[in-house]
Design a protein around this ligand. Structure first.
Ligand code: SF4
Length: 345
């Protein structure tokens, strides 16, 4: 039976005898802890979020609000408002309906990361085949390395115009029955420009086997799943391991006579009526794209802290699901209060 000690009396705790720790051991432990902390602090956001690559949409989200893009990664469990989820799902259905106009979707079981990437590779091979025939293609995967970071995206549609030029067509669906505001157009312009940059580099033979191994840590000798091998065979490609497929893709890209993308356009569709609200023709500006990419990637590489919206864009905060927890917003509000105080004194 354990007697309850009276308040103020010394308390004797039972338990294992404390281990003797001499000052040298303590110093080593302390040093270990400090090194571990330093390592944690030194981790770049890419490492901290365990990301081997970024999606084009990760970078285009930074055009809207970088802090918001980071919160989406940090707090993935934060629920989007029901209305937003409905809008997103309706958008997905419209995209799917368009995709099904051109090809069927074949469900394939994957059993390794290499299988997952193999599906993207097979889709690229099919894209090359269809573009060579002059056909329209949808959902075309693109990837490449920008400033040391692997970037992946999916182009909605590529087709040849009456003049024989290769055109990228991005579909954006909207809940509102009017064209987007300039801030949304800026984000969309960046997104399609980045697609063009990645696609052009691919067909110009800039991809190497090494980047898939180095950045994505894929195993070249990993044998592909039975379903993947069968599907590839049906499409006319004999492959057994991931490396076979990779070599085939790189060979086809390098020796294909597919041109770079000549023109970029974005179609805005009203979700409810499925009618075209308008089309934006985008002028590709390589220097602007590279400078924006450099700035956005600097965050992911741990070279700077994330930024929230500029003062003239604070209207975006009223639509933001993180508005109540946003440090950037709070700091902005605090500094405004401080400035107000300074003025009155
Ligand atoms: Fe960005 Fe404003 Fe949202 Fe903060 S509250 S994440 S600054 S949009």
């Amino acid at each position: 039976q354990i007697e309850e000690p009276k308040i103020g009396e010394p308390q004797l705790l039972s338990g294992p005898r404390p281990q003797h720790v001499d000052s040298r051991t303590a110093n080593v432990e302390e040093r270990k802890k400090r090194t571990a902390k330093r390592k944690r602090m030194r981790r770049t956001p890419l490492e901290a979020f365990h990301l081997r690559y970024l999606c084009v949409t990760d970078l285009s989200a930074q055009v809207w609000c970088e802090q918001q893009a980071v919160y989406h990664k940090e707090k993935p469990s934060v629920q989007l408002p029901e209305k937003t989820t409905i809008v997103l799902n309706t958008g997905k259905s419209i995209h799917l309906a368009r995709e099904l106009q051109d090809h069927n979707l074949v469900p394939i079981k994957t059993r390794s990361r290499e299988d997952g990437w193999a599906i993207k590779m097979i889709n690229i091979l099919l894209t090359i085949t269809n573009l060579r025939k002059g056909q329209r293609v949808r959902e075309c995967p693109v990837f490449g390395v920008i400033e040391g970071v692997f970037v992946f995206g999916i182009i909605d549609q590529l087709n040849y115009t009456a003049k024989g030029e290769l055109q990228l067509n991005e579909l954006k669906t909207r809940e509102s029955a009017y064209m987007p505001v300039p801030a949304q157009k800026k984000r969309d312009r960046f997104q399609v420009s980045l697609y063009k940059h990645l696609f052009d580099a691919m067909v110009q033979g800039c991809l190497t086997q090494d980047i898939f191994i180095h950045h994505l840590h894929l195993k070249p000798k990993q044998s592909l799943g039975q379903e993947i091998q069968e599907h590839a065979q049906k499409a006319g490609f004999m492959v057994q391991c991931f490396e076979d497929l990779l070599e085939l893709v790189l060979l086809n890209l390098t020796h294909s006579d597919i041109p770079a993308i000549d023109s970029l356009q974005i179609e805005y569709i009203h979700q409810k009526t499925n009618t075209l609200l308008g089309t934006e023709v985008i002028t590709y500006n390589h220097d602007e794209l590279m400078s924006m990419s450099h700035y956005f990637l600097a965050y992911w590489k741990g070279q700077r802290d994330p930024n929230g919206v500029d003062i003239e864009d604070t209207w975006k905060c009223s639509y933001c699901v993180f508005a109540d927890v946003c440090d950037w917003r709070r700091q902005r509000a605090d500094s405004l209060i401080q400035k107000g105080r300074e003025k009155t004194t």
